[in-house]
Design a binder for this molecule. Structure first.
Ligand code: ATP
Length: 236
């Protein structure tokens, strides 16, 4: 469903991503792990065109999407949830979901059902649907950011550090909810996470990025058993 071939991305003359290739199959949760500055966020931004590739291809469902903008991609099933919970603080939870749905073609009963779905996945959002978003906790805001991305029923979701700033308990909850939603709905997810143990524990496969290059890849369990990965990213 997504194939990246020899992708090079940079800011000015400096390459941050130096020729990576990866793929994600339908319904898979795939994690990108790596240290600060390894190029994880840049990879996600490159996929949705926020950073222009200097080389390589990004093929989504058979179409080369290099040059397409984020709005086009969102309308066609590929959505990025950037780092840092983008929600409208002055709107309620319900209003935030309404605004997010405007870009989709859903109206009336279909829209109501889609919003009910979000409250099913994230019951806490349902409990707080009339609260202004700035009053939500960090974890609730993260759930709302994901709810906003999921409402239009994307087929591939790119998630940048959904656990950032959350307590370990909430981080685990957020990552597990996404993984469960993927299993139940066939959504493909590319997850960027600092917390490699948490991410691999909820993923099918993973890639390890070091200074812009993929240095290891495999099914999540194998990566977690890989001595180099354990030493560098799992703290053991
Ligand atoms: P982190 O886990 O800290 O978010 P990351 O793996 O997501 O790190 P990136 O944000 O992709 O890393 O950054 C990769 C490299 O590109 C780093 O050296 C970073 O300093 C550089 N970089 C990122 N954004 C910019 C920018 N807007 N302009 C110039 N250089 C940038």
């Amino acid at each position: 469903m997504l194939e990246i071939h020899d992708l090079v991305l940079g800011y000015g003359a400096a390459a941050a991503v130096r020729g990576i290739s990866l793929h994600i199959e339908q319904g898979e949760v795939v994690t990108l792990i790596g240290a600060n500055g390894a190029g994880k966020s840049t990879t996600l931004k490159g996929i949705v065109g926020l950073v222009k590739p200097t080389k390589g291809a990004v093929v989504f469902e058979g179409t080369d999407v290099v040059g397409k903008n984020t709005d086009w991609l969102a309308r066609n099933g590929l959505n990025l949830v950037p780092e840092g919970r983008r929600v409208f603080p002055g709107l309620t939870v319900a209003e935030n979901l309404d605004v997010a749905s405007v870009a989709s073609s859903m109206r009336g009963a279909e829209l109501k059902a889609a919003i009910a779905d979000i409250y099913n996945i994230f019951p806490r959002l349902g409990e707080r649907k009339d609260s202004l978003s700035w009053t939500l906790s960090g974890g609730e805001q993260q759930m709302l950011a994901m709810g906003r991305a999921i409402i239009a029923k994307p087929r591939l979701l790119l998630l940048d550090e959904p656990s950032l700033g959350l307590s370990p308990k909430l981080a685990t909850e957020v990552v597990r909810l996404i993984s469960r939603y993927s299993r139940e709905n066939g959504l493909s997810v590319l997850l960027v996470e600092q917390n490699a143990r948490l991410a691999l524990g909820s993923s099918d496969r993973g890639y390890v990025l070091e200074t812009g290059r993929i240095v290891a890849e495999g099914v999540a369990g194998e990566l977690m058993d890989n001595p180099d990965v354990r030493k560098a990213y799992l703290g053991s």
